[in-house]
Write a protein that binds this ligand. Sequence first.
Ligand code: ADP
Length: 220
Amino acid sequence: ERIPVDAPVAVIGLGRFGAATAGQLNRLDREVLAVDTNPALVQKWADRVTHTIEADARNPEALRQIGIGEFQIVVVAVGNLEASVLITANLVDLKVPQIWAKASTQSHGKILARIGANHVVYPEAQAGTRVAHLVSGRLLDFIQFDDDYAIAKLYPPKVIRDKPLGRSVVRTKYRVTVVGVKSPGKEFTYATEETVITNHDLVIVSGHVGDIERFASLDR
Ligand code: ADP
């Protein structure tokens, strides 16, 4: 089922994760209904998102009264395992077509997926992996997509410097693609076959995570 790009979103739970999600959706001009059991949080968010409601989403009747079944996209941003499982099950019962749920552990995520959550996100695990890549010092920035694919910012290894990119066989040999280049004091530009990278530049590469890691560990 195709969901309109402007479909309203319900966010259940206004903790750190849910609040960030609801706040960003609001900045993206999306209609947001935020639900929390905590009246202070509901009050705090009342003028920052379209609607706020104090309710316990574990209760199917409460969800029905709020009209959650009308939403095509619902985010379950509750960390507590039992509550998040119950809420997700309620949303599946209400036939919400797109359920996003936050999991705190892999087991939690497995249960949510098994119940019927369409997208399971692991904010802590993901942030930890990312920070490890940054702390290791080889990558200056790192964004990982599904299926092990990523984009990273790094200092260029010797193998791609001082000759046109087209001649460095970086794609066939290291299975990464140089997407962009930033020279000091300039904006990022797209890399072409003719681009010559120097040791003062930064590069953006894309590829599988393991390939990017191997590429980033080459001599600089
Ligand atoms: P984070 O780690 O992102 O801060 P928390 O799990 O600490 O997430 O916060 C979850 C939020 O969800 C809290 O604000 C809490 O009041 C709310 N919440 C917990 N249980 C329910 C529920 N059954 N229905 C609605 N909101 C809930």
